[in-house]
Design a protein around this ligand. Structure first.
Ligand code: NCD
Length: 307
């Protein structure tokens, strides 16, 4: 049985396969509309979500399956004090596959260890978010035509932003990838990302505070919001929240081929006037999330279209 708790659970070849299945789904959706007939996904969301939960649910519906779950821990037995392990043991009696989001780092590992069905990590605290990264990779592939030979700028909250940690982990596998890590000093990437991923794999990267001077060199600008819910005090959040705001003036320094990605939700870090710029790829990125999750559900359930 396979789980997806973090990017290293997938080989580079498997990621390529997921991307090519997702592209086929985009081309020929009808071929996939019955693959998960009578299968159920449980979406267990202990933290707020719009895109991730709804894209998992739509993915399963578009594969012909159905959906159970909760969108807030308050209306499940979690509110009575049930552990993640017991909830998972229960839900795996009912569902064929589980997607879980939880505020604690490592919760998805606990879930996987206690599940009799495949578990997908839909975000564990400030740690990782592998299906957002699969979405990002599909987006980069479709927008740029390649996943190697790219300079990727990650901007904002690189400390608590779990999507950035998973993105660095996945993109570090492709040749010719360089990172420009743009953040305030307090919100730089965690040491384990720096040591265990970047340094260990000899990936070139630069850390800077300055967005404007970095923009001309980038192929991808991956913006993130400051993760208010992970701060220990509100004053620090307020001080840091508007450090970076991507405006049309700043974007003017970018190449025509650069793409702006953002896992969303956006708070204030991208001016809405950028949404109509062809380089703004973040709403196309949302759409891609459903297709790659369809491919992932099929892979973890060992299902293929029968015709
Ligand atoms: C991200 C998350 O939950 O980590 N959102 C998402 O899943 N698309 C990013 C965020 O909340 O800032």
């Amino acid at each position: 049985m396979r789980h997806l708790t973090d990017i290293p659970d997938l080989t580079a070849e498997e990621i390529d396969e997921l991307i090519s299945v997702a592209c086929d789904i985009i081309e020929r959706p009808d071929r996939y509309s019955q693959v998960c007939l009578r299968k159920k996904i449980a979406t267990l969301f202990y933290e707020p979500s719009t895109r991730t939960r709804l894209s998992f649910e739509t993915a399963m519906l578009d594969l012909g399956g159905s959906v159970i779950g909760f969108s807030s821990a308050d209306n499940s037995s979690v509110a009575k004090g049930e552990s993640v392990a017991d909830t998972i043991k229960t839900v795996s009696c009912f569902a064929d596959i589980i997607a879980i989001r939880h505020p604690k780092e490592g919760a998805a590992y606990v879930a996987a260890a206690n599940s009799s069905v495949p578990v997908i990590n839909a975000g564990d605290g400030g740690h990782s978010h592998p299906t957002q990264t699969l979405t990002d990779l599909l987006t980069i592939k479709r927008e740029m035509g390649r996943l190697g030979d790219l300079t990727i700028g990650c901007c904002g909250d690189l400390k608590f932003g779990r999507t950035v940690h998973s993105l660095i982990s996945a993109m570090s596998r492709y040749s010719g990838v360089r990172f420009v890590l743009i953040s305030p000093e307090e919100l730089t990437i965690p040491d384990y990302v720096r040591c265990d991923i970047l340094d260990k794999n000899h990936i070139p990267y630069k850390e800077t505070r300055d967005l404007e001077t970095s923009i001309p060199d980038l192929d991808i600008l991956y913006m993130t919001r400051v993760q208010r819910e992970r701060f220990f005090n509100e004053a620090d959040y307020v001080r840091l929240k508007d450090t970076y705001v991507l405006t049309p003036e700043k974007l003017a320094g970018a190449s025509d081929n650069m793409r702006v990605l953002h896992p969303l939700p956006r708070v204030n870090e991208i001016s809405v006037s950028i949404d109509s710029d062809p380089r703004a790829a973040y709403f196309r990125q949302v759409r891609n999330g459903k297709f790659i999750r369809m491919a992932l559900i099929m892979m973890l359930l060992g299902l293929t279209p029968g015709f």
